[in-house]
Design a protein around this ligand. Structure first.
Ligand code: NCD
Length: 298
């Protein structure tokens, strides 16, 4: 349900399994033969849905997709509990995304089979955080002791929130929470950092801290979650990662982004050595393969 459900050792075990899969994928081609994964996405998705589907296929299993909501019985007024009960009897594991906070937890209470939260409103997106940490570990050889910047919509963004919470399980040197004043990190996230004694600072301008960062995690403004459209108008386009900003970056800085990107990373950054967001998206498949294998096979 949440990245906070995991201990550091468990995440390290997961990353090791993902690393083993990357090294010799053919060895894993049959491990989930006969297993069925159901994907139920009540909110848009490209990477998360397709990478879970790719992951189960690459392990020899198969998937069912709830498909477009307009074409499912939800359009006839079926409630989510009944939909989950059906998926639970047709598949061995369910991956769910929903705009309501707590929807995945509700689904897990109803289903007998395991349920994976692929995003519940602005709250949690644990498998994104897992693949983000796995990417840092692969590219930087470690997670502990680095300086992180998390830039963007820290108020409504579940990927950003889960990334910050994931860092609290490790020992970062420092985290800069970089956002416009209106989109500052929520108290339920910063209170965990405080409880766990993680050094962090809130700043508004990425230019102030860019030179200190080992990892810059960029997120888009979550337009669809703004209760008031005029609030969105006030912050839209308020930050951008471009070559000008990166002029002061450390040579070995890596720039990550859960994607989709809108305009917060200029296209000119894609060809630089800093840009690691496509590599990050690619690593979502072996990471989710490792996760499915560990859940379904033990
Ligand atoms: C994120 C999400 O859905 O929370 N996307 C993803 O899963 N890669 C981030 C976003 O939508 O901005």
């Amino acid at each position: 349900m949440s990245i906070l459900d995991f201990k550091k050792e468990e995440l390290e075990y997961l990353f090791q399994e993902a690393e083993n899969i990357l090294r010799d994928p053919t060895k894993y081609r049959e491990v989930l033969r006969g297993k069925i994964l159901a994907t139920a996405f009540f909110e848009p998705s490209t990477r998360t849905r397709l990478s879970f589907q790719s992951a189960i296929l690459r392990l020899g299993g198969s998937y069912l997709d709830l498909g477009e909501l307009e074409k499912s019985s939800i359009a006839k007024g079926e409630n989510i509990a009944d939909t989950i009960r059906m998926l639970d009897s047709y598949a061995d594991i369910i991956v769910i995304r929903h705009k309501l906070e707590g929807a995945a937890k509700f689904a897990a209470e109803i289903a007998e089979n395991p349920v994976i939260n692929a995003g519940d409103g602005r709250k949690h997106h644990p498998t994104q955080a897992m693949l983000d940490m796995f990417t840092v570990k692969r590219l930087k050889n470690r997670i502990d002791g680095l300086t992180y910047g998390v830039l963007g919509d820290l108020k409504y963004g579940r990927a950003a929130a889960s990334f910050i919470l994931a860092l609290s399980i490790f020992s970062p040197k420092k985290i800069y929470l970089i956002s416009p004043g209106l989109l500052r990190a929520r108290e339920d996230v910063t209170s965990i950092l405080r409880e766990r004694g993680i050094s962090f600072e809130e700043v508004e301008n990425p230019g102030e801290v860019i030179g200190e960062l080992d990892v810059l995690y960029v997120t888009r403004i979550q337009r669809e979650r703004f209760p008031d459209p005029s609030e969105y108008e006030k912050v839209k386009g308020s930050y951008i990662v471009d070559l000008k900003l990166l002029r002061n970056a450390r040579e070995d800085l890596i720039v990550l982004h859960p994607l989709p990107r809108v305009d917060e990373i200029a296209l000119e950054v894609d060809g630089t050595r800093y840009a690691k967001y496509f590599e990050q998206a690619r690593l979502g498949v072996p990471l989710r393969m490792a996760l499915l294998k560990l859940i379904l096979e033990g």
